[in-house]
Every structure is written in structure tokens, then in C-alpha cells.
Unconditional design. Sequence first.
Length: 404
Amino acid sequence: MRKPHKVVVVSQHYPPDHSTTAAIMAAIAERIAQDADVVVVSGMPGSARAPAPGQPTVVEIRNWLPGKAALIKRALAETLFTGRIFFALLTRLQRGDVALTVTAPFVLPYAVATAARLKRAKSALILHDLFPDVLVMSGLLRPSSLVARAMRGINALMFHALNAVIVIGRDTEKLLLRYGGMTPDKIRFIPNWTTLTPAIRPVSPDNPFRKAIAARFVVGLSGNLGFTHDPDIVFEAARLLRGESEIHFLLSGWGIGFERLKDMQAAASLANVTLVDRVADEELDALLSSADVWLIPYRKDVAGLSVPSRFYNLLAAGRPVILVSEPEAEAALTVKENRLGWVVTPGRSDQLADAVRQASQAQDPAMAERAVAAAQTFSPERALGSYAALVRELLCNRDAEQAA
């Protein structure tokens, strides 16, 4: 039986957008719609969808989407979008509803939490990035700057208003509890999930991404390289290993970090480096099957601020991982707990080169089996079931409050 109240999922990114955030929010909305009435408020052109039994209704809010490189225009567009979302929620939210949103753009949760509070609805936030901490870590903000202090003050008010905060890494809780408005009972750990079927993929010389590479051992990197990632450590490790012909670096992706890799390769022309632009979704399985080991290169002090969604698909492909990260970060904990690879100190290209060398000399089939077994625990069924259970809890709590 349907609950009398609805769930409003708010996301700037939603299909037909192909971003990871869009796919995650669509999967969550569709799973919750099996148990409750769901309205998605989206900022993506072409996303609107009429009501249908067992499916979310998608309402499209007018949105301007400048390119990511146009930072000032992008900031203005996201501010305008957030304002439109706020007023849209004031007309759509009712007492007893649940509003669920994500930190993209980072100002969006402030509007959602405020609107929910005004309408006496409950609110939950999926925390993919913690601001201003990400901006401070990347050097874009000083820790004591007026902007950073103002954002922390607004965060405290938002966390007080929110009924639940979903974290995708265990390392985030310590950072959240620094805020006066946050309590442990509000924090829910729901990791992201694999989008590939977990299975050991054999390394094949006929793989389209490997055909032109003569080296015996291929080191891969894939995905968005943003402010939290360090492309330099990868390139420096490749430079240190340029004399070892059996090792080759296959680097694929997008973002400012990948542009940095392109610039470094244009200048150095390392023979042991191949760059591949972002691949289509239907080619992802082949790409992840092409390398013997995969890199995830984080900057210093990223623990608690970012969890790589790509990590779970690397495990699903049955590949070990070399993670550049603090040991207390979520992905590092998973690597160590399940013996899935190596954890390297951020900034130490010599350590990364040594880890690559070790991986090439001691290939362990049992590590691939452990990677697949770990990936199976990060299933979409398990994660989406946890989201559905949280929403049911929030709806039931609201019903109990109203009955009282």
C-alpha cells in the first residue's frame, strides 16, 4: 500500500545526463518509487517524465548549463538554479513529505533543507563532497578565510535542519561531527555500488585498448580527475619507470587533472604512456578489463572528503588497486581489510613507482578473486534497499509525530 506522503528527490543531474550523479539519483528515485510516491525535481533538459504507476514523476526546472571551464558563469547558473529549486519546493512540498538531495551543486542542500523546514517536511542529504573542506584541500580557499568560515557557519545550520545525512565513506563521520548541528544518529553509511557485474575478466591481447601496447604489464587510470586528484604523481611514476619496457601506463579520463596529464605528455612524450579520452559507457567493461592493475591518485588530506565511485567497478572487473591516499580513507580501509592491493602515501611518486613494480612482479590470482568477492558486497540491491529503508523510516516517523 502506498504511503500517504510523497518523496521529493532534488537533483540538478538526472538522465538523459550521463554523469555518475545522474545515474545514482535515477537509481535511488526508481527504487524508492516501488514503495512510495516519488517526484523528481530535475535541472536537466529533456528529463521530464509524466506520472506512471511505480515510476517517479520527473518535473524539469529551467536551468542554464555553461561549460565547466566557465567558472563564473557556472557559479551564477548554479545560484539561479538553486533559487528556482527553493521556490519550486515551496509549492510542491507538503507537511509529512521527505525531500532527498545531493551535494551537486554544493549550494543546493541549503535550499532543500530550508524549504523542507519551512514546509514541515523531513529532509535527507547524500553527501558526495564536503564543502568548504574540498576547496580548502585543493588550495582554492584558505582555511581561515571569510568565505570558508561563512560556509562552515551555514553548514552548521543546515546539518541542524537535516533529518539524515547519508555518507558514502566511513571516514566522513569524524569531519561531520565537528559541526554543532550534527549528531551521530543522523549519519547513515550507504556506500555506492558497482555498475558492472562482478566477475574476473581475463587479460586478453585482443582487448581493443591493449592491442597497440607491447608491454606485458599495463597500469590503468580511468575516470574524472578533479580537484581532489593528483595527476602529477602518476606521470612522475611513469617517468621513473620509463626504462622498464615491460610496464606501460594506459591513462583515460576527463577533467582538469586529465588535461594536466595531456600537457605533461605533450611536453615529455613518454613512450610508456598512452592517453585515451573518456570512453562511452558501453566500452567501460573493455577498458577496465584492459589493465592488470588500476590507479586511484588522491591528493593529501582527502580522507573524509571524497570516495571514488570508480573504485567499486575496478573491483568488479577483478583487478587489484593501487590507491594514493591516507590510510584512514574509506577506499584505503577497504583495500587493507580485503587485501586488494597497495596504499601509497600522497605525493610520493617513488612509492607509487615501487608499488607498480611490485604489482608487475608478483601478480596474485587470489587478489583478483578477493576483489570480485568484495565487489559483490557493494551491490546495487543492497545500497538501494538501504535508501528505501531510510525513506520508509523518515515517512513512518513523520506519521508517528502527526498521530501524536
